[in-house]
Design a protein. Structure first.
Length: 261
């Protein structure tokens, strides 16, 4: 049975994803927790499956047009997939209690605030990293490989624990590490392609633990597909200078709400 309240949540997030490109998807788990009343662990596990399915479609499009940077994707996965498996192993040892919920809520709140800051600071981070690479090119490029693996490891832990981080936060990390190499289309393609196996592994891990609600997932997908289409059509009519700060403000407020209760 389709639950139209859940479908409405999917529609809302789909609109945000379509309008903002990256960042809006960070609100799926908080919406499920705060507005729908889903248990935090189930919200995260179901959101990971939602992300894996929707990002697979987006990743297929970017792969077809040859936009992702596959060498960067491989470096990220070297860190993120082992980190995801390790995080799932640790979560499986925690009792399904208020401690686990509090851990997820606290991590999710912090991540949303960090995502808001990354959304607002992306241009400045890019300019700083570009100047640094220009001035210290050889040293900067020697550090790119290990730092990319480390960035993947951090994203693997964060995404598996909260379902947040693979979008805006991951894109900001890539801009900082590859300021000359990551043009807009390549950045989005690389970010999405990396997120597909990461969210799939994390989602399978949460399924193994028992944190996935497939009825909820189906209802979310019913709403999100038209939402993404409508949001994509709206995005060309809304100025980025208004959309980005508005999204950052919402992410910040929701993150604070999760932290303070």
């Amino acid at each position: 049975m389709i639950d139209w309240v859940h479908s409405l949540a999917g529609l809302l997030v789909g609109l945000l994803v379509g309008i903002t490109g990256v960042g809006g998807g960070s609100l799926m788990a908080p919406i499920l927790i705060l507005l729908v009343g889903v248990v935090p662990a189930t919200a995260v596990g179901t959101d990971l499956w939602f992300a894996a399915i929707t990002k697979t479609v987006g990743g297929a499009v970017h792969h077809h047009f040859g936009k992702p940077d596959w060498s960067v994707v491989r470096r990220l996965l070297m860190g993120s997939l082992p980190a995801s498996v390790l995080t799932i192993a640790l979560l499986s040892k925690l009792p399904r209690s208020s401690f686990q919920s509090d851990l997820i809520l606290s991590a999710l709140g912090v991540l949303l605030i960090m995502t808001a800051l990354a959304t607002l600071s992306r241009r400045r981070i890019h300019d700083f990293a570009r100047d640094l690479e220009h001035d210290r090119a050889q040293r900067f490029r020697r550090m790119q490989w290990p730092l990319t693996v480390l960035a993947g490891f951090i994203l693997g832990v964060l995404v598996t624990l909260t379902s947040v981080g693979a979008g805006a936060l991951g894109a900001t990390m890539l801009i900082a590490l590859y300021p000359m190499r990551m043009k807009a289309a390549r950045l989005v393609g690389t970010d999405i392609i990396h997120a597909v196996p990461l969210t799939a592994v994390a989602g399978l891990g949460h399924l193994w633990i028992g944190n996935v609600d497939f009825a909820l997932l189906g209802s979310l997908l019913v709403g999100s597909i038209p939402g993404i289409i409508a949001g994509s059509l709206l995005s060309s009519k809304l100025p980025d200078r208004l959309v980005r700060p508005a999204l950052a403000l919402v992410l910040m407020l929701v993150g604070i709400k999760l932290l303070v209760g």
